[in-house]
Design a protein around this ligand. Structure first.
Ligand code: HEC
Length: 213
């Protein structure tokens, strides 16, 4: 892994931790949280995408399949002890973080509410691809198919049983997110707009099946 992608990951992990903290439920220190997030995803994040596209894709597939089977094997694959409430909060934070980045791309590439800035688009797309590739399947541990205490979840219990269905929407999502990052790297607005639409469809593809309204 290159130093750049390492620091990018760390920044993301910090943002992710920060967004968890803003939910006001996690009392732990942000840097400790960030380090834990980083530890959890480092083994899953193998290569720099721009230099090794094919390796990236192969590894991405392995990671997706790995993280999906993690839904079943979550306890044994967990990189650290995590309680059910935390798992729900982390996954919601991850999705919310992606939504923030999707909104930025939409504002620049589709709506024109924000001036086009290729660097910011690329940063947002890379954050989405990295989050998509972070092994979020590991956050669907047993016991989190329903609300835990005051921590509400909108996941449908089917997400824990329909492994084939989850694999299908998961692969579509990872492919779309990776293509979005590749389009952003070219700096081509039309290509980004197209890849953005496909990514949005893939988010919706999972929500329609596995998220309550
Ligand atoms: C593989 C399935 C899947 C994919 C792909 C997916 N989501 Fe979700 N999303 C969920 C589930 C399940 C929840 C509910 C999580 C919970 O409440 O425990 C959720 C919740 C959310 C939430 C609410 C988070 C909160 O604060 O409670 C947002 C926002 C969101 N997703 C956005 C997105 C965006 C944007 C994408 C695509 C870039 C995306 N999701 C891709 C399954 C998915």
């Amino acid at each position: 892994m290159e130093p750049n992608s390492l620091s990018a990951l760390h920044t993301e992990a910090c943002k992710l931790a920060d967004s968890c903290l803003r939910f006001g439920r996690i009392k732990k220190s942000p840097s400790r949280l960030a380090n834990r997030l980083l530890d959890a995803r480092l083994p899953l994040f193998h290569v720099s995408r721009s230099k090794h596209t094919s390796t990236w894709e192969t590894n991405m597939k392995k990671t997706v399949l790995g993280s999906l089977s993690a839904i079943v094997l979550a306890t044994s694959l967990n990189a650290f002890a995590m309680d059910a409430e935390e798992a729900i909060e982390f996954r919601q934070a991850g999705y919310k973080f992606m939504a923030w980045n999707m909104a930025k791309i939409k504002a620049m590439a589709i709506d024109g509410d924000m001036e086009w800035n290729a660097q910011q688009v690329q940063a947002a797309a890379n954050s989405i691809a990295a989050t998509a590739n972070s092994g979020m399947g590991a956050l669907f541990i047993p016991g989190t198919e329903q609300d835990v205490g005051n921590t509400k979840t909108r996941v449908k219990p089917e997400m824990f049983t329909d492994i084939e269905g989850v694999t299908e929407v998961g692969m579509a999502f990872h492919t779309a997110a990776t293509e979005l990052a590749a389009a952003a790297e070219t700096g081509d607005k039309a290509a980004v707009a197209k890849a953005f639409a496909a990514t949005g469809e893939s988010c919706k593809g999972c929500h329609d099946k596995f998220r309550m309204d």
